[in-house]
Write a protein that binds this ligand. Structure first.
Ligand SMILES: N[C@@H](CCC(=O)N[C@@H](CS)C(=O)NCC(=O)O)C(=O)O
Length: 204
């Protein structure tokens, strides 16, 4: 199995942190792809990932998985312990619900803000749109407040135990640094949860 990843990029980190939380990072061959050097746009990588995105996992039989959550689902199947995606129907649904909220309502909003406003992203997001950035920033900030409220009464994001939803939110909060924003420093309950997650060591 070969995992193409880019350290510090959030979607590849999601997979790497997930594997580390399972204690299985040594079970895959890792290959780094530099997004800033546009290695992901080269012809040979396009054969690995048709949308030129990282991460990508190539299985030993040649199957290509190129969505971070799908890659995590595969690892959950082959490395079932510790369980990070739910062990019964209700838990699976709760964890998926929260993980999708983090991804769709927070992380993607933040990424839209970042990609449409940061000069470093200009070559990748053509054309950048100030209007899209402003709308997405508002949505991301609002969602961070909602997570803060949720975490005031919950130790974990989903299902009252550590799961992929915690990993996804942890990465999203950390990635906010690229816009000089640290939601976990602004918001107290998000901050308490973030420190507890950092102490678990899955981020390396
Ligand atoms: N839905 C994909 C998104 C992957 C994605 O957007 N990866 C980013 C890095 S975090 C990327 O490859 N960006 C390159 C580009 O946009 O040109 C997943 O979750 O795997």
């Amino acid at each position: 199995m070969k995992l193409y990843h880019s350290p510090m990029a959030p979607n590849p980190d999601r997979v790497v942190f997930f594997l580390r939380a399972k204690g299985k990072l040594d079970q895959v061959e890792l290959q780094e792809i530099s997004i800033m050097n546009q290695e992901h746009k080269k012809e040979d990588y396009r054969e690995v990932s048709p949308f030129s995105q990282v991460p990508a996992l190539i299985l030993d039989d040649g199957t290509k998985l190129t969505e971070s959550r799908a890659i995590c689902t595969y690892f959950e199947g082959i490395f079932p312990e510790p369980n990070l995606m739910g062990s019964d129907a209700k838990e699976k649904a709760l964890i998926e619900m929260w993980d999708r909220r983090v991804e769709l309502m927070f992380f993607i909003q933040f990424a839209t803000w970042f990609r449409n406003s940061h000069p470093m992203m200009a070559p990748l997001e053509v054309p950048q749109s100030a209007e899209a950035a402003a709308k997405a920033e508002k949505a991301a900030r609002k969602m961070a407040e909602r997570f803060d409220q949720h975490l005031a009464t919950h130790e974990f994001v989903a299902a009252d135990r550590f799961s992929i939803a915690d990993i996804t939110l942890f990465i999203a909060c950390g990635f906010c640094r690229v816009m000089k924003w640290a939601p976990h420093k602004d918001l107290p309950d998000l901050g308490r949860w973030y420190q507890a997650m950092a102490a678990r060591g899955f981020a390396g």
